[in-house]
Design a protein around this ligand. Structure first.
Ligand code: UD1
Ligand code: CA
Length: 453
C-alpha cells in the first residue's frame, strides 16, 4: 500500500457566505467545516494533511492547529494553482495525494477510503470521484469516450451544449500519483473562460499522455455537497445532525423527537439513555447509560454518569455523577462537580463548586465557590455570599450539615461537620462541628397590638 497524504483546498473567501469568518471555519455539527474534511481524510488513512490557506489564513491556522500542515496561496488563481503551492512541502513525499475541498463537510471517511482503495487496485495515475446529478448546473462535467474511458473534465463555463447535457459531474475530490500530479500541473495554463489555473485540466493532460485515469462514482451524491451559502450551510447542518442521531439510535440511545434534538458530532452517549425533545447536547459531552435528558435542556462540554436525570436544565463545563437528579430550571455553571446521588432542583444555580455524595440543594439557591461534603441538606433559598465587590471567596460546608431555609453563608466561612444553621441566619463566622449557628434577631410578640392601635 502506498502512503496517503491529503491536500485540502481552503483558500477561497466564500463570498456568498457574506461573512468575515473564512467559509471553512463556519461551524457545522458543532465544529468548523474543514475539521469534518480533515477527520474524513484521517479516517481514510491519510498520514499527513496539508491545508491550502489564503483568505483568513491566520485564523484557519489558529483554529485548526496542529491537526494539519499549512501552505499559503496568496492570490486565488484557481484550484490547480492552489495545489501547486503544496509542491515544496511535499518534496520528500512519495505516494498518493488525495485532493479535497474544505467546504464539503458531509464527506464520509468510508467514501474516501473506497476511492483510495480503487485508485491503488487499478494502479491509476489519477482517480476522480464523480457523482450523477439530476441537475448538474455549476459543476465540471466528466467527459468519457465511447468505451467509458475518462477523457477530461470540462467546467460549466467552458462547456458546449453537448457537454452540458452530461449529468456525471466532478465532485472536486481526487487521488493522484504524486509525481504524475505535479508533472501535469507544470503544463496547465489559464486560457479558459475564468482565466484560472484549473486542477481539472490535469485529468485531460494525463489521459492524453495515455496515463491511466480512473473514475469512481459516489453512492450518495449528498456527501459531496459543497457549502457556498448560508442556505446550503443550514441544509448540510440538518443532514449531519440527522446522521449523528441515527448513529446514536443505532447504538441504543432513544431520541424522542429527531426534529427538535441537536447533538454535536463529538458527543458520546451510552445505550438506554433517553433524550427528550428540545434538547441541545454540545461540545465534548459524554453521557452514561440509563439517563433521562431533557426535555428543554442544553448541555455543553460536560460529563454525566449513569442513571442520571436532567430536566429543563442548562449545564456547561460540569461533571455530574451517577444517580443524580437535576431540574427543573437549574443552571449549572463551569466547574461544578456533582457527586453520585446528588439532588439539585427548582430554580437553583451552582457555580465552581463541589457537591458531595448524596447532598441536596432542592429549591431556590445560589451555591457559588463552595466545597460541600456528603449528606448535606441545603434549605430552600440558601445563598452563598461569595463576592465582596472585589474578590470571590470560598464557602466550606462539611459532611452531614443542615442549612436552614433562607440562610446567607458569607464567605470565607466554614460550617463544620454535622452542624446546623438556623433558618434565616446570616452566617459570617465559622460554625464549629456539631453546633447550631443562629444569626438572626429574636422574635418578640406584642400582645393586643391590633386592638390598641
Ligand atoms: C470545482 C471544480 C469543478 C467541480 C467542483 C466541485 C475546478 C476548476 N473545478 O469547481 O469541476 O465540479 O469544484 O465542487 O477545479 N480554492 C482555492 N484556491 C483557488 C481556488 C479555489 O483554495 O485559487 C478552493 C476553494 O476555497 C474551494 C475549492 O478550492 O474550497 C473549490 O473551488 P471553487 O472555486 O469552489 O471551485 P468550483 O468552481 O466549485
Ligand atoms: Ca465550489
Amino acid at each position: 500500500m502506498s502512503d496517503l497524504l491529503a491536500v485540502i483546498l481552503a483558500a477561497g473567501k466564500g463570498t456568498r457566505m457574506k461573512s468575515t469568518l473564512p467559509k471553512v471555519l463556519h461551524p457545522i455539527g458543532g465544529k468548523p467545516m474543514v475539521e469534518h474534511v480533515l477527520a474524513a481524510a484521517h479516517m481514510a488513512g491519510a498520514k499527513r494533511t496539508v491545508v491550502v490557506v489564503g483568505f483568513g489564513a491566520e485564523s484557519v491556522e489558529t483554529t485548526v492547529g496542529a491537526q494539519a500542515e499549512y501552505v499559503v496561496q496568496a492570490q486565488q488563481l484557481g484550484t490547480g494553482h492552489a495545489v501547486m503551492q503544496a509542491s515544496s512541502i511535499l518534496q520528500d513525499f512519495d505516494g498518493t495525494v488525495m485532493v479535497l475541498c474544505g467546504d464539503t463537510p458531509l464527506l464520509r471517511g468510508q467514501t474516501l477510503a473506497k476511492l483510495f482503495a480503487e485508485h491503488q487496485a487499478t494502479k491509476a495515475r489519477a482517480t476522480v470521484l464523480t457523482a450523477c446529478m439530476t441537475d448538474p448546473t455549476g459543476y465540471g462535467r466528466v467527459i468519457r469516450d465511447d468505451s467509458g474511458q475518462v477523457l477530461r473534465i470540462v467546467e460549466q463555463k467552458d462547456a458546449n451544449s453537448c457537454e452540458l447535457a452530461v449529468n456525471e459531474v466532478n465532485t472536486g475530490i481526487y487521488c493522484f500519483d504524486k509525481t504524475a500530479l505535479f508533472d501535469a500541473l507544470r503544463s496547465i495554463d489559464c486560457n479558459n473562460m475564468q482565466g484560472e489555473y484549473y486542477l481539472t485540466d490535469v485529468i485531460g493532460i494525463l489521459a492524453k499522455a495515455q496515463a491511466k485515469v480512473w473514475a469512481v462514482q459516489v453512492d450518495d451524491a449528498e456527501e459531496t455537497l459543497g457549502i457556498n451559502s448560508r442556505m446550503q450551510l443550514a441544509e448540510a447542518e440538518k443532514i449531519l445532525r440527522r446522521r449523528k442521531l441515527v448513529s446514536l439510535m443505532d447504538n441504543g440511545v432513544t431520541i424522542m423527537d429527531i426534529d427538535s434534538t441537536f447533538i454535536d458530532d463529538q458527543v458520546c452517549i451510552e445505550p438506554d439513555t433517553v433524550i427528550y425533545p428540545f434538547t441541545w447536547i454540545e461540545g465534548a459531552t459524554r453521557i452514561g447509560k440509563n439517563c433521562e435528558i431533557g426535555p428543554n435542556s442544553r448541555i455543553q462540554n460536560s460529563s454525566i454518569g449513569e442513571n442520571t436525570t436532567l430536566h429543563f436544565i442548562y449545564a456547561h463545563d460540569c461533571q455530574i455523577g451517577n444517580h443524580v437528579t437535576v431540574g427543573p430550571y437549574v443552571h449549572l455553571r463551569p466547574n461544578t462537580v456533582l457527586a453520585d446521588g446528588v439532588k439539585v432542583g427548582n430554580f437553583v444555580e451552582v457555580k465552581n463548586s463541589q457537591v458531595g455524595l448524596g447532598s441536596k440543594i432542592p429549591h431556590l439557591s445560589y451555591i457559588g465557590d463552595t466545597d460541600m461534603g456528603a449528606g448535606v441538606n441545603i434549605g430552600c433559598g440558601t445563598i452563598t455570599v461569595n463576592y465582596d465587590g472585589k474578590k470571590k471567596h470560598r464557602t466550606t460546608v462539611e459532611d452531614g450539615t443542615f442549612i436552614g431555609c433562607n440562610s446567607n453563608l458569607v464567605a470565607p466561612v466554614t460550617v463544620g461537620k454535622g452542624a446546623y444553621v438556623a433558618a434565616g441566619s446570616t452566617i459570617t463566622k465559622n460554625v464549629p462541628a456539631e453546633s447550631l449557628g443562629v444569626a438572626r434577631a429574636r422574635q418578640s410578640n406584642i400582645e393586643g397590638w391590633v386592638t390598641k392601635k
